[in-house]
Write a protein that binds this ligand. Structure first.
Ligand code: SF4
Length: 334
């Protein structure tokens, strides 16, 4: 009876926590002492684990920080490192979401399929989301991706012609990527895969208008991009025409002193990120794993999640002590 009551209480507490995350009530009660917030708001385990299979990216997007991943070595996550996390989480019966990849294109990692297949075999039912620039997603890669039953694939398509696309993505070939995208969606449709397609658009025009005030003669081709995709997309897919262009790529040059509450706190209470070298960091804006809260080569995810380093980081974050945390939080634009 007592056991049953305990599990009922645990369920109620979990429900309350979920409500708190969703309603962002945290902000309304920002005067509550940190220890109480931490006790109630910190998830028991992460709800989302982001594996950075590679910090390399061939796209060289105009809106991406130039030093992204430059201080992380090795550049690609080994199978052995990925296996440590996957095995640990399997033993913990992890029910959360897996995101592949973070901070680079996963398909530049020669072991991407071995790693992701191992993950999918270990977690048959968990949500799996893949981020890519689509540069390497030829038909063979597309077949492999779809065999892993991802819930969604997320990519940007930032131009409707070679001129506009390659202005934004200097390292990719428009025709090749366009074919990859269309062939992927056609294959997805033909096998009735449940993989959703989520496309973000940042046109050259919009980028230039936002940051340079001079559009260099480009016209906004957002609707032309939509027209290319429209014949293939299905209900449930999503084309995000006006996605926010992150100011983060300019933060070093802006060097603003942050004093507002971190807008990502809710996510940070649920997610963690693992760099190719096993370093665990709490926020995707830390693209050089600048603030590492542990390393899965030496500690278990559970120990890191409930560990002193993460708790101290959260305390400073909640209290807006950004100078104590240092960069990138001290100059963060979010
Ligand atoms: S870098 Fe720091 S301040 Fe910026 S979003 Fe991430 S945790 Fe928040």
């Amino acid at each position: 009876m007592l056991l049953r009551n305990n599990s009922l209480i645990e369920k109620i507490i979990e429900k309350l926590k979920n409500l708190l995350y969703q309603s962002k009530i945290l902000f309304l009660y920002s005067r509550i002492p940190f220890n109480i917030k931490y006790l109630f708001l910190n998830a028991k385990t992460p709800k989302s684990i982001n594996l950075s299979l590679s910090v390399r990216c061939q796209a060289q997007c105009i809106y991406c920080p130039k030093d992204r991943g430059s201080r992380i070595f090795p550049k690609d996550m080994s199978f052995q490192t990925a296996k440590i996390i996957i095995d640990q989480q399997k033993n913990k019966n992890y029910k959360g979401r897996w995101l592949i990849s973070e901070n680079g294109d996963p398909f530049l990692n020669n072991e991407w399929y071995k790693i992701t297949k191992y993950l999918r075999d270990a977690f048959a039912e968990n949500e799996l989301i893949i981020f890519t620039n689509m540069g390497l997603v030829n038909i063979n890669v597309a077949e492999k991706i779809l065999s892993l039953r991802p819930k969604a694939i997320i990519f940007n398509m930032d131009g409707a012609t070679a001129d506009t696309y390659e202005y934004v993505k200097k390292g990719l070939d428009f025709i090749e990527v366009k074919n990859n995208i269309i062939n992927f969606i056609k294959l997805r449709n033909s096998i009735n895969s449940e993989c959703r397609i989520i496309v973000y658009i940042i046109s050259a025009y919009r980028y230039l208008k936002t940051f340079k005030k001079d559009t260099s003669g480009f016209i906004d081709d957002t609707e032309d991009i939509v027209s290319i995709l429209k014949p293939y997309i299905k209900s449930g897919d999503n084309i995000v025409r006006k996605c926010t262009i992150g100011l983060w790529h300019l933060r070093e040059s802006l060097n603003l002193r942050k004093d507002n509450i971190c807008s990502q706190i809710i996510r940070i209470l649920c997610e963690l990120f693992v760099a190719p070298n096993g370093a665990v960091y709490p926020c995707c804006s830390m693209y050089n794993a600048d603030i590492d809260i542990g390393n899965i080569n030496y500690e278990k995810i559970d120990q890191i999640w409930h560990g002193k380093k993460r708790e101290k980081f959260l305390k400073h974050l909640f209290n807006k002590n950004y100078s104590e945390i240092g960069k990138p939080c001290s100059i963060c634009v979010y």
